[in-house]
Design a protein around this ligand. Structure first.
Ligand code: CAA
Ligand code: NAD
Length: 283
């Protein structure tokens, strides 16, 4: 399947990164969010990232201009009519995602693939909200998208082989490494990563060590680039909580129970780096 125009829905930290790498790979891209100001914020992040590439001598100024020209702001879902691939990167909530997929199914051309960047939610259930479940797939990028090489590709129960192959090829064109997994809660990446983060939060909750000590131990002792609590703040504590809830509900095992401290922080609006406060301060 020939993909030329991509729509990225959600201009937050993931959506802006996905739109950036798609435009850099030569695709025409619509970056969509609920309000113009949200799209502008995402576009601002992209401009800053590209300017850094130019300053470092890795990108020519006219190349930057060409990448930016391939990006179009959108607040109208009707723009999906012009797209071959739609990548959804909105909040990690099944109801929000299925409502969106129902609308996209109406607007997107028949041949278009609907992909979700969900961290943990069942692709099969998202697909069932559309009349084209064979064209729905998980395309899970890692944060920060311009830097991280992996795209975890999740096959829903009904995802067609040619759709999988198309998404594998698009991922390679984005200079990413695709890895195939089946549809199970948290897939592979977050089934393994998120219980570690949750355990680190439990260690702080139980007073075993400070966040600084936990992070220092995992950085220096295990060679992790970021400690688990710095990483949780970086991912977003709301996203971490929603992923743990999906694992807990999906497997029904107490080992996935979200730490009460994580719930408390999210209820307080302490969402990590994006809100200015989490386990650390970012003012
Ligand atoms: N956007 C774009 N580029 C970024 C960036 C961002 N948010 N943050 C860092 N970079 C770039 C920097 O510009 C720098 O690029 P150059 O080498 O070209 O200058 C490069 O990344 C390294 O950055 P720094 O030197 O500033 O810092 P660092 O060496 O500590 O690396 C990091 C930063 C790459 C983020 C590193 O700390 C890291 O790998 N952290 C772990 C990230 C991780 O685990 N991600 C997965 C999260 S889980 C997930 O995404 C799945 C999910 O569903 C929740
Ligand atoms: P974010 O909060 O930074 O951004 C979400 C964006 O979606 C916001 O700009 C919001 O305005 C927009 N949005 C919400 N509802 C919308 C709707 N109905 N229509 C259009 N736009 C809408 O979140 P994020 O961290 O970018 O995460 C987005 C998705 O990517 C989630 O599913 C998350 O699980 C997944 N993900 C996150 C990470 C991470 O490290 N943060 C990594 C991989 C995948």
């Amino acid at each position: 399947m020939n993909i030329q125009t991509i729509m990225v829905i959600g201009a937050g930290q993931m959506g802006s990164g996905i739109a950036q790498v798609c435009a850099m790979a030569g695709y025409s891209v619509y970056l969509h969010d609920l309000k113009e100001e949200f799209v502008e914020k995402g576009m601002g992040i992209i401009q800053k990232n590209l300017s850094r590439q130019v300053e470092k001598g890795r990108m020519a100024e006219d190349e930057k201009t060409a990448v930016l020209e391939r990006l179009t702001s959108s607040t109208e879902l009707k723009n999906a009519e012009k797209c071959d691939l739609i990548i959804e990167a909105v909040v990690e909530n099944m109801e929000v995602k299925t409502n969106l997929f129902k609308i996209l199914d109406e607007f997107a051309p028949e041949h278009a693939i609907l992909a979700s960047n969900t961290s943990s939610l069942p692709i099969t259930e998202i697909a069932a909200s559309t009349k084209r479940p064979e064209k729905v797939i998980g395309m899970h990028f890692m944060n920060p998208v311009p830097v991280m090489k992996l795209v975890e590709i999740i096959r829903g129960l009904q995802t067609a082989d040619d759709v999988y192959e198309t998404i594998e090829n698009v991922s390679r064109k984005l200079s990413k490494v695709p890895v195939e997994v089946n549809d199970f809660p948290g897939f592979i990446s977050n089934r393994i990563l998120m219980p570690m983060i949750n355990e680190a939060i439990f260690a702080v909750y139980e007073g075993v060590a400070t966040p600084e000590a936990v992070d220092e131990i995992m950085k220096l002792g295990m060679n992790h680039p970021m400690g688990p609590l710095t990483l949780a703040d970086f991912i977003g504590l709301d996203t971490c909580l929603y992923i743990m809830e999906t694992l807990h509900e999906g497997f029904g095992d107490d080992k996935y129970r979200p730490c009460p401290l994580l719930r408390k922080y999210v209820k307080a609006g302490w969402l990590g780096k994006k809100s200015g406060k989490g386990f650390y301060d970012y003012q």
